[in-house]
Design a protein around this ligand. Structure first.
Ligand code: T5A
Length: 228
């Protein structure tokens, strides 16, 4: 496959969607074809499963069953949306992927061996080229989400937002550990900074990872601390 697959991970309100929109604009201004997608969801079949999961409709069946539903949604998303886009040569920017299952369903008590089997089946060999972990203290992320729900029509926190801060803290630690364990593909960005700062960090990480894709002098890249 000739495209590039970048995933964004982090806690609630980290700023993933915000940064995906900004990176998309940058990539398109550089002449790239970009597909933005998200999990759970991102394909017609997976969006149906998303509604069930985020409404809490599957919670009564327990975290193992929820993990299976996330995997089922991912399998459909990979086949229907991500692989075709990569085969066309597009850049795919995906809001959450299998790391979210490892962290959220792992934190909920599902064994990592079980999650690994589900992941193997769901992703069918498709791993991200690069993962950006937008890291924020949960209190900051949750306050952003609360502020946003005052002004939008989302109807308040979803199944996973509406949990104790200690749960969000544990997830944050698990994401950071995962980023250390798989440092070859992860970049950690400080999401507590303002949106412009985070955008610059994200953009720089992408330029560093795919230098051959951009018309930038290597010497400039080595010395410039900011891409723009
Ligand atoms: N889940 C998902 C699992 O349990 N297992 C899985 O396998 C998967 C795939 C998905 C939920 O499902 C769970 C995890 C999630 O709980 P979702 O609605 O898609 O639910 O939730 P999130 O992915 O968490 O999306 P959010 O919208 O809550 O967070 P984002 O995308 O990280 O944040 P964003 O960009 O929308 O920003 C939130 C607010 O903050 C502001 C924005 O303007 C916005 O109002 N903001 C900033 N403010 C100040 N400074 C910054 N730097 C800011 N960046 C953004």
């Amino acid at each position: 496959m000739s495209g590039h697959f970048i995933t964004f991970e982090g806690g609630e309100g980290a700023g993933k969607s915000t940064q995906i929109a900004r990176l998309k604009a940058f990539l398109e201004s550089s002449g790239k074809s970009v597909v933005v997608t998200r999990e759970p969801g991102g394909s017609p079949g997976a969006e149906k499963i998303r509604s069930l999961l985020l409404s809490g409709g599957a919670k009564e069946h327990g975290p193992r069953a929820e993990a299976m539903l996330f995997a089922a949604a991912r399998a459909d998303h990979v086949d229907a949306t991500i692989k075709p886009a990569l085969e066309r040569g597009d850049w795919v920017l995906c809001d959450r992927y299998s790391d979210s299952t490892r962290v959220y369903q792992g934190e909920a008590g599902v064994e990592q061996d079980y999650l690994k089997l589900l992941e193997l089946a769901a992703v069918a060999g498709l791993r991200p080229d690069m993962t950006l972990l937008i890291d924020v203290p949960p209190k900051i992320g949750l306050s952003r989400v609360a502020k946003r729900s005052e002004t939008d029509d989302s109807g308040g926190p979803d199944r996973f937002e509406d949990e104790a801060v200690a749960v969000h803290e544990r997830r944050r630690k698990m994401f950071l550990q995962l980023a250390l364990d798989e440092a070859y593909r992860f970049t950690i960005v400080d999401g507590s900074r303002d949106e412009d700062f985070v955008e610059r960090e994200v953009r720089q990480a992408v330029l560093n990872t795919f230098p051959e894709e951009f018309d930038i002098d290597a010497a400039d890249m080595a010395t410039a601390d900011r891409p723009f």
